[in-house]
Design a protein. Structure first.
Length: 181
């Protein structure tokens, strides 16, 4: 009688390997999601820093000391010059631009002391709105808990604030003490 040589894996062995892979995936996936959220939050903070820098450049060169009131106005450079923010932060046809799981929105500061500084037609890039003494920028997760957990905001003072529960109010409350250093 000839013995049959068995080579290969049995069904039980294959099921054990699949179960082990499933357990490893269940452990790794939450960590990967947290890393993605952390990366999205870092991108949102970087976007606010870029907008703050762009607003400063706009105010000193184009707005007569006043700030732009929208992403689109910052994306328009002066005649023959470069834009004040990168194209990934500008979208002229919507109120806010989505980037890396966050919406990035530059808008008029609702502070009662805000005022026009220079008429829109007088700015060097013929902005859609007048340059104003203050601005407000906010970034919020597209899907809170999935693309990010914190909202970020800044204004003409340049400090970046965050909230774990809701969007940063416009204007930023003076009592808000949670900020990025």
């Amino acid at each position: 009688m000839r013995l049959q040589k068995s080579e290969g894996f049995t069904l039980i062995e294959l099921l054990i390997v699949v179960a082990i892979i499933g357990i490893i995936a269940a452990i790794a996936v939450p960590g990967l999601l947290r890393a993605r959220q952390s990366g999205n939050e870092a991108s949102a903070i970087g976007s606010i820093r870029a907008i703050n820098s762009g607003e400063t450049a706009y105010a000193s060169s184009c707005g007569g000391g006043g700030f732009a009131q929208s992403n689109a106005d910052l994306a328009k450079g002066p005649a023959g010059g470069a834009a004040f923010i990168s194209p990934d932060l500008e979208k002229a046809d919507v109120a806010a631009t989505a980037k890396s799981g966050y919406t990035v929105d530059v808008n008029d500061n609702a502070d009662a002391g805000n005022r026009d500084v220079l008429a829109a037609a007088a700015t060097c890039n013929t902005s859609a709105a007048a340059s104003r003494a203050m601005y407000h920028v906010a970034t919020d997760p597209v899907s809170r808990g999935q693309t990010g957990t914190r909202s970020f905001g800044s204004d003409h003072r340049g400090t970046i604030y965050y909230s774990n529960t809701a969007a940063i109010a416009n204007p930023i409350p003076a009592a808000l003490t949670t900020f990025i250093q």
